[in-house]
Write a protein that binds this ligand. Sequence first.
Ligand code: AMP
Ligand code: ZN
Length: 496
Amino acid sequence: MWPFTSSSALKKSSAPVFFTNTLSGKKEVFVPIAPGFATMYSCGPTVYSEAHIGNMRTYVMADGIARVLKSAGYRVRRVLNITDVGHLVNDGDTGEDKMEIGSKAEGIRASDIAHKYAARAIADMELLGMDTKDMLFPFATHYIQEQIAFIEALEKKGFTYRIKDGVYFNTSKFAGYGKLGRGKEQRIIEGSAETLAARIPQSFARIEKNDQKIHEADFALWKFSPLGIVRQQEWPSPWGRGFPGWHIECSAMSKALLGKEIDIHTGGIDLISIHHNNEIAQSEGVFGKAFVRYWMHSAFLNIGEDKISKSLGNSVTVSEVIARGYSPLTIRYFFLQAHYRSPLSFTWESMHASSEALTRLWRLAKEIKEESKEIPANSEIRDRVITHLRDDLGTPQALALLWETVRDEDLSPKVKWGVILAVDEVFGLSLSNPPSTRGALTPEDLPEAIAHLAREREAARTNKDFARSDELRIHIENSGYAVEDSAGGQLIRRVR
Ligand code: AMP
Ligand code: ZN
């Protein structure tokens, strides 16, 4: 049986929530397929190397959407897929499979690479306070038969053709192909329809030319293993040995796990023009009805002028942030300061500022928790916070109100506690159970030798190397410091 998330949610009736739908480009009230329930599918990591904090921004957005729905009384059913085959280097139909590249780089099998990086990505999501316990994380390679059956159904309906390197989707057979927009990501970022028009050719320019394709936008559903080459990941199919194209996994797995039609589908804006348009063509082609009600996309996390990306080599990972002595929840705080549809620039200075702000917030929340005796009161501010959060996840507005509230000396602790609880239901920053940071030293305040040991210990904890972590704790303690592991990471205090 599906592990539905919150049983208490059943007792509440669901309240109105608004989301910006990429399909219409407008903010819409959320009307689910089944009253009180929401199904969500999120495009997840391609697990050939470590996920970066740009990927995490998209997952934190999806977590926020699920949390806001739960707080509004919905039961939420979530899938986040793990791509472990078929995603080729240029996001198109040619080039090497990213998994094979990862496997060669590390000298271990593609399936081992997949398990290693999927486990790390999920661990990172949990470190960032994501509620993963009721989510499903299906691997594309576990759904090969479903993908083959999906392609067969498309074939029966006349959407496919076969050329020398694979079976392709004929986009001219699907009326309305590209309805999600081609390059809408640019419109979201720059707010200009002219820029959009100028960008359309570039969206497709990324795809290498395949002379046998009927239309440039056609895409591979099943690729044949190249003659004379045995791939690590290949399967028999009605069309010959090979592997699925990148897009079919999402259509097949969302159908298998959530049904033919789903409420919400999420991803980063880079997925709009090709991957999500192709998912729509596949799913609506087979089932002949709307695939997704609300398409939601997160803007990029950038570094300087560029998006954070594995291929640009400018990745920052959760482990790197932790290794510098910051709580992983600092990353979440940093994300929540911006609206999910606005681009956000990462700098280490911004990480430092977020860390100081979050530490201060935890300190205040702890005091308010004690003063209020954990009795929350309803208030007009609490209602306003909830309204902001239900209005397309207005996290910057909710955060501003939270700061105003905790600093206001005229408000009662119970009112403040009520606001903290309402915010944290969606923020997931451990504000209702704040780690005790009293007396804890920031990485900058620690002597370098201790800060170094602390970084090594955080890295050991992230890698679940608890023996090493205990060894490092003893070293730190022998130097006159106490170590406490909290929801926000390790806290270090001077004891002598
Ligand atoms: P990938 O592992 O490349 O398949 O990407 C996984 C998810 O992360 C997708 O939803 C991407 O759209 C998203 N993503 C990739 N880079 C960024 C970035 N710099 N900022 C925000 N989201 C991103
Ligand atoms: Zn997908």
